[in-house]
Design a binder for this molecule. Sequence first.
Ligand SMILES: [Zn+2]
Length: 576
Amino acid sequence: MRYSQFFIPSLKEDPKEAVLQSHKLMLRAGYVRQLSGGIYAYLPLGYKSLKKLENIIREEMNNAGAIELSMPFVQPLELWKQSGRDKDYGKELLRFKDRQDRDFCLAPTYEEVITDLVGKNVHSYKELPLTLYQIHLKFRDEMRPRYGLMRAKEFIMKDAYSFDIDSGGLDESYRKMKKAYTNLFKRLGFDFIFIKADSGEIGGSYSEELMVISEYGEDKIAICNNCGYSASLESAVSAGNFPEPLKSCRQPKMTKLATPDKKTIEEVSGYLKIDAESFAKTIIYESEIGFIAAMVRGDREINEHKLKKIAEVKELNLAKEKDVENITCAPCGFAGPFGLQNIKLIIIDEEIQAQEYWITGANEKDFHMANVKPGRDFISDITADIRTVKDGDICLRCSGRLNVKNTIELGHIFKLEEKYSSVMDAGFLDEKGINKHFVMGCYGIGVGRTFQALIEIFSDENGINLPVSVSPFVVSVVSLNPNDENIKSIADKIYDDLLKSGIDVLYDDRKLSAGVKLKDNDLIGIPMKIIIGNKTIKENKFELSVRKTGEKEFYDNLEDLYARIKEFSLIDGFIK
Ligand SMILES: [Zn+2]
């Protein structure tokens, strides 16, 4: 492809709407453009790269024995009523009517359609196991689409669905898929980990998320490098700090401490020159059962996911400032656990229960209280683990240290069992002629998200830097002075030769300065450049420059140059 005839609308400046580096780069390099919030067009460069990524996914799915199909993006709402998920998805499910007044929706996922499809077309155990997959659009009407393709409304996913006769069969199908995911993400060069997850709206008995470690990931996980324990931060647990009880018979009474204008733990601990670990913070929440007070150590965060489970509530939000004032009889920032009005539950973390004395808010403006003793100065309703794991906490399994890392979720695999096949009554006749429901699994990969994650993780200060197998082009021929007939004819010849030998080559034939052209080729992330300039003519040497390492190789003849390019073009990851 000639650069001059291709469509690469690159930008000179970083676009303002983008936060993530990958999002900025995709816009700057002319890979994608936003049409409307969370709805993107893939431009030719991005599309070419996306198709290569899809084909690698396809290869791994096919190797695992899955069969590709394509299901409709527009789906009758009736199917969603059958499974009951029209309610679960709420406003994320975009609904509309056709001209005959029938209800439809845009597919947020495909469990209903595939279960219906297989239910109507597979009749006997002899046709099982069966794993089908597609790479297709989905639409979820996200409240806050952001970060480019990472959290878009319209997005591309690979979904595979397995159908088995029993749980043993499902285990085997699941194992195969997990293996395929491992191969795939290794090929793409990611540092990743599977973690056990909540199954969320998709449901089922067991699921694992494939998390890629990235500084800018939105999700956090805790990992123990010693024993391999890993969990999402929402559900991760650690050994708390449970000190031995003090031996002294002295029982100090609650003592007020003046803390003028000091509200946050940081401010108060700085002012009193006492560690945050000696404080207990009291946070007031509102829920459908009433107000809840929760306490954790001053240097910790409350894990709202755990708190919700312990309190057995569905809705949990920080109480409004006015409510906090009524409950504590003090302005926000001075809450303590005693004398609270109109509180339904007081839930304290295990660490709070375990230590004898704490500094808390005094429920009075500009005062905190020292020597607050659980059980004596206030009574809690529940003691439980409601703290969020911190970097450096002790692992509950092995007493190693836990690390908290940011991750991007790129895949999610589920054992659905009979969740969908039973509500939709989809099944087969077994060996004895008895009707059975399919035992199902489902396996997703965020394709657009994986694409952006590659850019996020591997880009450098010069721009996008994709693995060779996913780059829009493998090599570019950059003619530094296209007005020079000699240079032009050599560059033309190399371009033609490479095209003929099936190499995906970009020919930068634009009449621009050498500096601009070299920069652009790095920005859009072509793994190799053949640079043709005066030096090529004078010294009769061909220069091959590797994007990732910046290394240059020189060749006396074209055969050797082509052989090297051929060799590099077959690499899955990066040229090292
Ligand atoms: Zn451990």
